[in-house]
Design a protein. Structure first.
Length: 339
Protein backbone atom coordinates (compact mmCIF):
# COMPACT_ATOMS: atom_id res chain seq x y z
CA UNK A 1 0.00 0.00 0.00
CA UNK A 2 1.31 3.46 -0.90
CA UNK A 3 1.39 5.39 2.36
CA UNK A 4 3.12 8.52 1.03
CA UNK A 5 -0.20 10.34 0.76
CA UNK A 6 -0.83 9.70 4.46
CA UNK A 7 2.45 11.37 5.36
CA UNK A 8 1.55 14.33 3.18
CA UNK A 9 -1.81 14.71 4.94
CA UNK A 10 -0.18 14.32 8.36
CA UNK A 11 2.39 16.98 7.51
CA UNK A 12 -0.36 19.40 6.49
CA UNK A 13 -2.18 18.72 9.77
CA UNK A 14 0.85 19.91 11.73
CA UNK A 15 1.86 22.66 9.31
CA UNK A 16 4.02 25.39 10.90
CA UNK A 17 2.13 28.08 12.81
CA UNK A 18 -1.14 26.16 12.67
CA UNK A 19 -3.11 23.68 14.77
CA UNK A 20 -6.22 21.54 14.87
CA UNK A 21 -9.64 22.60 16.13
CA UNK A 22 -11.38 19.76 17.97
CA UNK A 23 -15.05 20.43 17.18
CA UNK A 24 -16.12 16.80 17.62
CA UNK A 25 -18.16 17.07 20.81
CA UNK A 26 -20.83 14.41 20.99
CA UNK A 27 -24.45 15.55 21.18
CA UNK A 28 -24.61 15.08 25.00
CA UNK A 29 -21.31 16.91 25.50
CA UNK A 30 -22.16 19.93 23.39
CA UNK A 31 -25.53 19.97 25.16
CA UNK A 32 -23.65 20.51 28.42
CA UNK A 33 -21.59 23.29 26.83
CA UNK A 34 -24.72 25.00 25.53
CA UNK A 35 -26.36 24.71 28.95
CA UNK A 36 -23.63 26.97 30.36
CA UNK A 37 -24.82 29.75 28.05
CA UNK A 38 -28.55 29.00 28.46
CA UNK A 39 -28.88 27.88 24.85
CA UNK A 40 -30.95 24.92 23.69
CA UNK A 41 -28.96 22.25 21.90
CA UNK A 42 -30.69 21.12 18.73
CA UNK A 43 -29.48 20.33 15.22
CA UNK A 44 -29.93 23.92 14.05
CA UNK A 45 -28.21 25.57 17.01
CA UNK A 46 -25.30 23.14 16.71
CA UNK A 47 -25.00 23.89 12.99
CA UNK A 48 -25.14 27.63 13.69
CA UNK A 49 -22.39 27.38 16.28
CA UNK A 50 -20.04 25.25 14.16
CA UNK A 51 -20.74 27.44 11.13
CA UNK A 52 -19.70 30.47 13.21
CA UNK A 53 -16.34 28.86 14.00
CA UNK A 54 -15.58 27.42 10.56
CA UNK A 55 -16.45 30.58 8.60
CA UNK A 56 -14.45 32.95 10.81
CA UNK A 57 -12.37 35.27 8.64
CA UNK A 58 -8.75 34.12 8.18
CA UNK A 59 -9.30 30.89 10.14
CA UNK A 60 -7.04 29.04 7.69
CA UNK A 61 -4.12 31.24 8.76
CA UNK A 62 -4.12 29.47 12.12
CA UNK A 63 -6.15 26.26 11.74
CA UNK A 64 -4.81 23.30 9.74
CA UNK A 65 -7.53 20.77 10.48
CA UNK A 66 -10.93 20.37 12.13
CA UNK A 67 -12.21 17.25 13.88
CA UNK A 68 -15.92 16.83 13.13
CA UNK A 69 -18.66 14.76 14.75
CA UNK A 70 -20.86 12.39 12.72
CA UNK A 71 -23.72 14.91 12.66
CA UNK A 72 -21.43 17.78 11.72
CA UNK A 73 -19.75 16.13 8.72
CA UNK A 74 -23.26 15.72 7.26
CA UNK A 75 -24.14 19.39 7.80
CA UNK A 76 -23.46 22.41 5.59
CA UNK A 77 -22.62 26.08 5.88
CA UNK A 78 -25.40 28.64 5.83
CA UNK A 79 -24.69 28.91 2.08
CA UNK A 80 -25.34 25.20 1.59
CA UNK A 81 -21.75 24.01 1.16
CA UNK A 82 -21.03 20.76 3.05
CA UNK A 83 -18.72 21.56 5.95
CA UNK A 84 -16.04 19.11 4.80
CA UNK A 85 -16.07 20.58 1.30
CA UNK A 86 -15.95 24.14 2.66
CA UNK A 87 -13.00 23.42 4.96
CA UNK A 88 -11.13 21.66 2.17
CA UNK A 89 -11.59 24.70 -0.07
CA UNK A 90 -9.76 26.76 2.56
CA UNK A 91 -6.88 24.30 2.77
CA UNK A 92 -8.11 23.01 6.14
CA UNK A 93 -8.13 19.21 6.45
CA UNK A 94 -11.49 17.77 7.59
CA UNK A 95 -11.36 14.95 10.14
CA UNK A 96 -13.87 12.79 11.99
CA UNK A 97 -14.26 11.33 15.47
CA UNK A 98 -14.87 7.61 15.03
CA UNK A 99 -14.76 6.07 18.50
CA UNK A 100 -17.99 5.21 20.31
CA UNK A 101 -16.86 6.47 23.70
CA UNK A 102 -15.19 5.01 26.78
CA UNK A 103 -17.08 2.22 28.55
CA UNK A 104 -16.47 0.30 31.77
CA UNK A 105 -13.58 -2.13 31.45
CA UNK A 106 -14.67 -5.58 32.73
CA UNK A 107 -12.78 -6.87 35.77
CA UNK A 108 -11.01 -3.52 36.22
CA UNK A 109 -13.10 -1.43 38.62
CA UNK A 110 -13.18 2.25 37.82
CA UNK A 111 -11.29 1.90 34.52
CA UNK A 112 -12.44 2.44 30.96
CA UNK A 113 -11.86 1.06 27.50
CA UNK A 114 -12.83 2.87 24.30
CA UNK A 115 -15.23 1.03 21.99
CA UNK A 116 -16.11 1.42 18.32
CA UNK A 117 -14.06 -1.11 16.36
CA UNK A 118 -17.09 -3.09 15.19
CA UNK A 119 -18.08 -1.88 11.73
CA UNK A 120 -15.26 0.69 11.70
CA UNK A 121 -13.91 -0.36 8.28
CA UNK A 122 -17.27 0.40 6.67
CA UNK A 123 -17.71 3.67 8.57
CA UNK A 124 -14.24 4.84 7.53
CA UNK A 125 -15.07 4.18 3.88
CA UNK A 126 -18.19 6.32 4.20
CA UNK A 127 -16.36 9.11 6.01
CA UNK A 128 -13.70 9.14 3.29
CA UNK A 129 -16.48 9.58 0.75
CA UNK A 130 -17.85 12.46 2.84
CA UNK A 131 -14.46 14.19 2.71
CA UNK A 132 -12.69 13.17 5.93
CA UNK A 133 -8.94 12.69 5.53
CA UNK A 134 -8.07 11.99 9.16
CA UNK A 135 -9.83 10.42 12.13
CA UNK A 136 -9.64 10.53 15.91
CA UNK A 137 -9.92 7.86 18.60
CA UNK A 138 -9.54 8.75 22.28
CA UNK A 139 -8.39 6.38 25.00
CA UNK A 140 -8.90 7.50 28.61
CA UNK A 141 -6.63 6.49 31.49
CA UNK A 142 -6.93 7.62 35.11
CA UNK A 143 -4.19 7.96 37.72
CA UNK A 144 -4.83 6.65 41.25
CA UNK A 145 -2.98 4.46 43.75
CA UNK A 146 -3.57 1.32 41.69
CA UNK A 147 -4.41 2.92 38.35
CA UNK A 148 -3.98 2.68 35.50
CA UNK A 149 -3.67 -1.10 35.59
CA UNK A 150 -1.49 -2.88 33.05
CA UNK A 151 -4.68 -4.42 31.66
CA UNK A 152 -6.22 -0.99 31.06
CA UNK A 153 -3.06 0.28 29.35
CA UNK A 154 -2.76 -2.83 27.17
CA UNK A 155 -6.36 -3.05 25.96
CA UNK A 156 -6.52 0.65 25.13
CA UNK A 157 -3.18 0.53 23.31
CA UNK A 158 -4.36 -2.51 21.34
CA UNK A 159 -7.61 -0.74 20.36
CA UNK A 160 -5.73 2.42 19.32
CA UNK A 161 -3.46 0.33 17.11
CA UNK A 162 -6.33 -1.62 15.51
CA UNK A 163 -8.15 1.64 14.81
CA UNK A 164 -4.97 3.15 13.34
CA UNK A 165 -4.38 0.21 11.00
CA UNK A 166 -7.96 0.38 9.76
CA UNK A 167 -7.61 4.13 9.18
CA UNK A 168 -4.45 3.75 7.14
CA UNK A 169 -6.04 0.96 5.10
CA UNK A 170 -8.82 3.46 4.29
CA UNK A 171 -6.27 6.19 3.33
CA UNK A 172 -7.18 8.16 6.45
CA UNK A 173 -4.57 9.51 8.89
CA UNK A 174 -5.25 8.34 12.46
CA UNK A 175 -4.90 10.74 15.36
CA UNK A 176 -3.71 8.50 18.19
CA UNK A 177 -5.01 9.94 21.47
CA UNK A 178 -4.01 8.18 24.70
CA UNK A 179 -5.17 10.68 27.35
CA UNK A 180 -3.85 10.36 30.87
CA UNK A 181 -6.39 12.43 32.75
CA UNK A 182 -5.55 15.38 35.00
CA UNK A 183 -8.18 14.30 37.53
CA UNK A 184 -6.68 13.60 40.96
CA UNK A 185 -4.04 14.87 43.32
CA UNK A 186 -1.04 13.09 41.81
CA UNK A 187 2.34 14.71 41.33
CA UNK A 188 3.87 15.64 38.00
CA UNK A 189 6.38 12.83 38.55
CA UNK A 190 3.57 10.28 38.76
CA UNK A 191 2.06 11.69 35.56
CA UNK A 192 5.47 11.40 33.89
CA UNK A 193 5.85 7.74 34.82
CA UNK A 194 2.33 6.80 33.71
CA UNK A 195 2.56 8.77 30.46
CA UNK A 196 5.88 7.10 29.64
CA UNK A 197 4.43 3.64 30.27
CA UNK A 198 1.35 4.39 28.19
CA UNK A 199 3.36 5.77 25.26
CA UNK A 200 5.69 2.76 25.28
CA UNK A 201 2.77 0.35 25.11
CA UNK A 202 0.96 2.38 22.44
CA UNK A 203 3.97 2.45 20.12
CA UNK A 204 4.68 -1.23 20.75
CA UNK A 205 1.11 -2.01 19.68
CA UNK A 206 1.30 0.29 16.64
CA UNK A 207 4.45 -1.46 15.48
CA UNK A 208 2.99 -4.92 16.12
CA UNK A 209 0.03 -4.06 13.92
CA UNK A 210 2.22 -2.65 11.14
CA UNK A 211 0.99 0.94 11.43
CA UNK A 212 3.18 3.37 9.50
CA UNK A 213 4.37 5.86 12.11
CA UNK A 214 5.04 8.60 9.56
CA UNK A 215 1.34 8.54 8.71
CA UNK A 216 -0.08 9.25 12.18
CA UNK A 217 -0.43 12.22 14.50
CA UNK A 218 -0.02 11.69 18.24
CA UNK A 219 -2.46 13.58 20.50
CA UNK A 220 -1.18 13.13 24.06
CA UNK A 221 -1.75 14.76 27.39
CA UNK A 222 0.93 17.08 28.71
CA UNK A 223 2.97 15.83 31.67
CA UNK A 224 1.24 17.86 34.35
CA UNK A 225 0.27 17.77 38.03
CA UNK A 226 -3.14 16.46 39.01
CA UNK A 227 -5.82 19.13 39.12
CA UNK A 228 -6.14 18.68 42.90
CA UNK A 229 -2.42 18.43 43.69
CA UNK A 230 -1.26 20.64 46.58
CA UNK A 231 1.88 21.87 44.83
CA UNK A 232 1.20 22.07 41.13
CA UNK A 233 4.17 22.30 38.79
CA UNK A 234 4.66 25.63 37.02
CA UNK A 235 4.62 26.25 33.27
CA UNK A 236 8.36 25.84 32.74
CA UNK A 237 8.43 22.57 34.71
CA UNK A 238 5.46 21.14 32.80
CA UNK A 239 7.03 22.07 29.48
CA UNK A 240 10.39 20.54 30.39
CA UNK A 241 8.90 17.31 31.74
CA UNK A 242 6.62 16.92 28.73
CA UNK A 243 9.36 17.43 26.15
CA UNK A 244 11.67 15.05 28.03
CA UNK A 245 9.00 12.33 28.20
CA UNK A 246 8.14 12.68 24.52
CA UNK A 247 11.78 12.76 23.43
CA UNK A 248 12.40 9.49 25.26
CA UNK A 249 9.23 7.66 24.20
CA UNK A 250 7.99 9.00 20.82
CA UNK A 251 9.83 7.86 17.67
CA UNK A 252 11.23 10.66 15.53
CA UNK A 253 9.43 9.43 12.41
CA UNK A 254 6.08 10.61 13.83
CA UNK A 255 5.37 13.84 11.89
CA UNK A 256 3.77 15.75 14.72
CA UNK A 257 2.41 15.87 18.21
CA UNK A 258 -0.82 17.84 18.65
CA UNK A 259 -1.55 18.23 22.35
CA UNK A 260 -4.96 17.97 23.94
CA UNK A 261 -5.81 20.68 26.47
CA UNK A 262 -7.66 18.32 28.85
CA UNK A 263 -8.76 20.28 31.89
CA UNK A 264 -6.49 23.28 31.42
CA UNK A 265 -7.73 26.84 31.01
CA UNK A 266 -7.36 28.40 27.57
CA UNK A 267 -4.47 30.51 28.82
CA UNK A 268 -2.66 27.59 30.50
CA UNK A 269 -2.85 25.43 27.39
CA UNK A 270 -1.37 28.21 25.26
CA UNK A 271 1.36 29.06 27.76
CA UNK A 272 2.44 25.42 28.11
CA UNK A 273 2.63 24.96 24.32
CA UNK A 274 4.62 28.18 24.01
CA UNK A 275 7.14 27.12 26.67
CA UNK A 276 7.74 23.82 24.89
CA UNK A 277 8.36 25.50 21.56
CA UNK A 278 10.70 28.07 23.10
CA UNK A 279 13.18 25.23 23.48
CA UNK A 280 12.91 23.82 19.97
CA UNK A 281 13.54 22.64 17.38
CA UNK A 282 12.17 19.20 18.19
CA UNK A 283 12.20 16.02 16.08
CA UNK A 284 8.49 16.46 15.40
CA UNK A 285 6.18 19.46 15.09
CA UNK A 286 4.73 20.40 18.50
CA UNK A 287 1.22 21.62 17.78
CA UNK A 288 -2.25 21.77 19.34
CA UNK A 289 -5.53 19.96 18.92
CA UNK A 290 -7.66 21.90 21.36
CA UNK A 291 -11.39 21.75 22.03
CA UNK A 292 -12.41 23.80 25.02
CA UNK A 293 -9.15 25.78 25.01
CA UNK A 294 -10.13 27.16 21.58
CA UNK A 295 -13.89 27.27 22.10
CA UNK A 296 -14.62 28.39 25.67
CA UNK A 297 -14.21 32.09 24.93
CA UNK A 298 -16.04 32.18 21.56
CA UNK A 299 -18.86 30.08 23.04
CA UNK A 300 -19.33 32.62 25.83
CA UNK A 301 -19.08 35.56 23.43
CA UNK A 302 -21.75 34.03 21.18
CA UNK A 303 -24.12 32.92 23.95
CA UNK A 304 -26.58 31.59 21.39
CA UNK A 305 -27.44 35.03 20.00
CA UNK A 306 -27.38 35.76 16.26
CA UNK A 307 -26.29 39.31 17.04
CA UNK A 308 -23.16 37.93 18.72
CA UNK A 309 -21.86 35.87 15.79
CA UNK A 310 -19.21 38.45 14.93
CA UNK A 311 -18.06 38.67 18.56
CA UNK A 312 -17.82 34.88 18.73
CA UNK A 313 -15.74 34.75 15.57
CA UNK A 314 -13.40 37.46 16.84
CA UNK A 315 -12.89 35.52 20.08
CA UNK A 316 -12.18 32.34 18.13
CA UNK A 317 -9.65 33.99 15.83
CA UNK A 318 -7.89 35.64 18.77
CA UNK A 319 -7.55 32.30 20.57
CA UNK A 320 -6.38 30.61 17.36
CA UNK A 321 -3.83 33.34 16.66
CA UNK A 322 -2.38 33.17 20.18
CA UNK A 323 -1.93 29.41 19.86
CA UNK A 324 -0.36 29.96 16.45
CA UNK A 325 2.20 32.22 18.11
CA UNK A 326 2.79 29.55 20.76
CA UNK A 327 3.82 27.17 17.96
CA UNK A 328 7.03 29.19 17.61
CA UNK A 329 7.48 30.30 21.22
CA UNK A 330 6.35 33.85 20.43
CA UNK A 331 3.31 34.02 22.71
CA UNK A 332 3.31 36.37 25.67
CA UNK A 333 0.60 36.36 28.37
CA UNK A 334 0.26 40.13 27.95
CA UNK A 335 -1.28 39.40 24.56
CA UNK A 336 -4.36 38.11 26.38
CA UNK A 337 -5.22 41.69 27.27
CA UNK A 338 -4.00 43.49 24.16
CA UNK A 339 -5.51 41.03 21.69
Amino acid sequence: MDLSSLNSIAQSMVAPNKGILAADESTPTIGKRFATIDTESNEKSRQTYRNMLFTSANASDYISGVILFDETIRQSTDDGIPFAEYLTSLGIVPGIKVDKGAKKLPMCAGELVTEGLDGLRERLAEYHELGARFAKWRAVLSIADDKPSKTCIEVNAHALARYSALCQEAKIVPIVEPEVLMDGDHSINKCYDVTAEVLNKVFTSLNEQKVSLNGIILKPNMVISGADAKDRADIVTVAGATVKCLTEHVPEEVPGIAFLSGGQTSEEATAHLNAMNEHGPHPWQLSFSYGRALQAQPLKAWSGEASNINAGQKAFIKRSRLNSLARTGNYNPQMEETG
